[in-house]
Design a protein around this ligand. Structure first.
Ligand SMILES: CC(C)(COP(=O)(O)OP(=O)(O)OC[C@H]1O[C@@H](n2cnc3c(N)ncnc32)[C@H](O)[C@@H]1OP(=O)(O)O)[C@@H](O)C(=O)NCCC(=O)NCCS
Length: 177
């Protein structure tokens, strides 16, 4: 994995994470990028707001966020993030919703696996179940299965990307301490 370190989110990560999210938003048009995007992309200010709100959730104990920091490649910077956030449903305080993204040029190096393992391990103190949703053709499905997630439901043709319908797949993993 080279000089990449997985660690908990820090306040100083805002600049890198905002830049990363603006890059992922540009990828939304890529036919091989199977991630849900907001109907109207967030601008820089809105991304900064998103980060502040995420940081507050971490401080309140409602989110676990792990980041991957690449050392010395151009400069030290964050190249991936996995967040597991408590749902805002009153009756589901034991359930965390997971999302993960790695910068394009760092995919396939094992960073996603390391980030997921770290975030899942740390979330055992907070949650009993982790859930996520994934587009049918996303190769990440295999990765999630390898890490103990099960497919618990599918909305056939729940996603339309570039005019093509594809499944929307729900996955979940029960956590045991
Ligand atoms: C999905 C993602 C987080 C996986 O992280 P990663 O660092 O590329 O994954 P790893 O290198 O740890 O593991 C690779 C495994 O995941 C699968 N994989 C998933 N997406 C992949 C990608 N874009 N490139 C390479 N491998 C990918 C591979 O099949 C591989 O499985 P294997 O080890 O059995 O061969 C990352 O590719 C990514 O950010 N993709 C775009 C955003 C996304 O799809 N997020 C998930 C939305 S549900």
């Amino acid at each position: 994995m080279g000089r990449v370190r997985v660690r908990p989110l820090e306040r100083r990560d805002m600049k890198d994470l905002v830049a990363n999210n603006l890059d992922y938003a540009k990828e939304a048009k890529d036919p091989n990028f199977y991630v849900s995007s907001p109907a109207v992309p967030l601008n820089k200010k809105e991304e900064q707001e998103y980060f502040r709100s995420l940081w507050m959730q971490v401080e309140r104990g409602d989110a676990i966020v792990s980041v991957a920091e690449a050392k010395g490649i151009v400069r030290d910077h964050v190249v991936g993030k996995c967040e597991i956030k408590r749902t805002n449903v009153f009756e589901m305080p034991h359930v965390g919703g997971l999302s993960i993204e790695i910068n394009k040029e760092f995919r396939g190096w094992g960073i996603g696996t390391a980030l997921l393992e770290d975030a899942i391990e740390r979330s055992k103190e907070k949650f009993k179940i982790i859930m996520l949703a994934v587009f049918g053709p996303n190769p990440a499905r295999k990765l999630y299965k390898r890490l103990g997630f099960e497919e618990v439901g599918v909305i056939p043709n729940g996603v339309k990307k570039d005019g093509e319908y594809m499944d929307y797949v729900f996955m979940a993993r029960e956590l045991r301490k």
